[in-house]
Ligand binder design. Structure first.
Ligand code: F6P
Length: 508
């Protein structure tokens, strides 16, 4: 592993001729994709026609690849531990990034006696840190500082109530995380938690002492009442779903120590260097992207699954859903023209649990759904049963891939497995902060690659805004308690009827 100190110990590699590729000691085996040498040649030629290498260069160079918002997508700078200058409009952003690292480290040392941290944020301001906290909770060698780390995302007060019954207000710190600092779920929850501190007898200065913010909108955080030295900035050139590498990832450093956070960044940085500097034919994110492109073109796939055979990665598919579908779930290309392909539906959950849920459909359903099987060589705990259990976990993973690929003949049609169901095997040497970072960066770079291949801007998300706009007049109509709401510019006949029904039956 390339640690933050830059050393690369070697790990054994999978030896599947022609189909095994590796980067940062992560092995990708594409043998069950059914892609032959001639197909690969065509795929790499497609990548060349899409000017993929130029796109990758432009991305790391800070060109405005996010055309609609006229900005770079430079989340890679946040994990650029080598500190090589990264310029935006002639200015190196690295000193500001490094300054935030120093502040994160200092905060880790300052927080003594804190029992609870309430991290308030949603979407990209939630999934990354939540996944990392879960994933690293039982990793041998990573020591938790034992704070209760609560994630508050939903506007539904059930989540708020659950957290507030557990937290001790006098030893709680609150981190409000929002790139825009205008997201209603986050600001409403932040107000509710501040009120809870007040109602629990905290003085105004104790409340100020407890509140922190991570945002690109410093003035809004200041207006909320967060003191300047409690605001951690990030920048408009970091998309929300790509922001866990910024101070959005504070919980990782606070709970597991700054060195663990640095290892997380180091894994991602190592993957970035691979993505940036490796020819397309050996480039892991590119190869993974091309397998999906191939299945889309051959089998018109509309969905794919990511199944980590690691309970600790159960949050990974949720993080991936936002990454892929918010980035590439689009119908028009970078020039506004209709696209032939864009992001399929992404879903998944930890194996082997997933086998007992929806794998029946993978094996015998009419649709072909490609799968990324993600496995870890070493057990993910140091329990005495770990090795025996882990062997069974891996056996299940390998068996499912084989059954899906080869199928099974039978006289009874009900027992026939059609086979030719494609999958990748992604093998991590172990699960730690470094490989978690590398895994997430692999998928981020894969999403960017797919965007380039489909000619889609992967870095904006205009489609999520309209629903938020419509929610405002609807909320107003619900607040009015009126039972005779009529259809209007922003409320159609069906929704008006639903509002009237709700106003007669609930929400008094
Ligand atoms: O759901 C849309 C979105 O804008 C996501 O892209 C983002 O991660 C999330 O809302 C939260 O946004 P913010 O960090 O600005 O609160």
């Amino acid at each position: 592993m390339l640690s933050s100190s830059g050393q690369t110990p070697s790990t054994p590699h999978l030896q599947t001729p022609h189909h095994a590729h590796s980067a940062v000691n992560i092995v990708l085996d594409t043998a069950y994709q059914g892609i032959d040498a001639a197909d690969w040649k065509t795929l790499f030629n497609q990548a060349r026609s899409a000017k993929l290498a130029q796109f990758i260069e432009d991305m790391f160079a800070g060109k405005h690849i996010n055309k609609s918002e006229d900005r770079p997508a430079l989340h890679s700078a946040l994990r650029n531990l080598s500190k090589t200058p990264v310029f935006i409009q002639g200015q190196d952003v690295m000193p500001a990034v490094v300054d935030v690292w120093h502040r994160i480290e200092a905060l880790c040392n300052q927080w003594v006696g804190v029992t609870d941290v309430i991290h308030i944020g949603i979407g990209g301001s939630d999934f990354g840190p939540r996944l990392a906290i879960e994933a690293l909770a039982h990793v041998p060698g990573i020591h938790s500082r034992g704070m209760r780390m609560h994630f508050l995302a939903n506007i539904d007060t059930a989540e708020l109530a659950r957290i507030l019954t557990k937290a001790n207000p006098h030893s709680t710190r609150v981190i409000i995380v929002s790139k825009s600092f205008t997201t209603l779920e986050t600001t409403m929850n932040a107000k509710a938690v501040s009120k809870w501190l007040q109602d629990s007898g905290c003085t105004p200065s104790q409340i100020t002492h407890s509140l922190f913010a991570v945002t690109a909108n410093i003035s809004a955080a200041t207006a909320f009442g967060i003191s300047q030295d409690h605001i951690f900035p990030f920048w408009d050139w970091v998309g929300g779903r790509y922001s866990v590498w910024s101070a959005v990832g504070l919980p990782i450093a606070l709970q597991y120590g700054f060195d663990t956070f640095k290892d997380f960044l180091a894994g991602a940085h190592a993957m970035d260097l691979h993505f940036k500097n490796t020819p397309l034919e050996q480039n892991l994110p590119v190869i993974m992207a091309l397998t999906l492109l191939y299945q889309q073109e051959q089998n018109d796939v509309k969905a794919y699954a990511a199944i980590p055979y690691a309970d600790a990665l159960d949050w990974f598919p949720k993080w991936l859903q936002q990454l892929d579908m918010e980035s590439n779930g689009k119908s028009v290309d970078r020039d506004g023209k209709p696209v032939k392909h864009s992001s399929p539906v992404v879903f998944g959950s930890a194996g082997s649990n997933a086998q007992h849920s929806y794998f029946q459909l993978f094996h015998q359903g009419p649709e072909i759904i490609p799968i990324d099987f993600i496995a870890v060589r070493e057990p993910m705990s140091d329990r005495p049963e770990a090795v025996a259990h882990h062997r069974i976990l891996l056996s299940n993973c390998l068996a499912q891939a084989q059954a899906l690929a080869n199928g099974k003949e039978a006289s009874n049609p009900n027992d026939v497995y059609p086979g030719k169901r494609p999958s990748n095997l992604l093998l991590l040497p172990e699960l730690n902060a470094f490989y978690l970072g590398a895994l997430l960066a692999l998928y981020e770079n894969r999403a960017a690659t797919l965007g380039a291949l489909w000619n889609i801007n992967s870095f904006d998300q205009p489609g999520v805004e309209y629903g938020k706009v419509l929610a405002k007049p609807i909320e107003k109509a619900l607040a009015s308690h009126a039972q005779d709401v009529q259809a209007s510019e922003h409320i159609d006949v069906i929704t008006a009827a639903r509002i009237n029904f709700l106003n007669t039956t609930a929400l008094k």
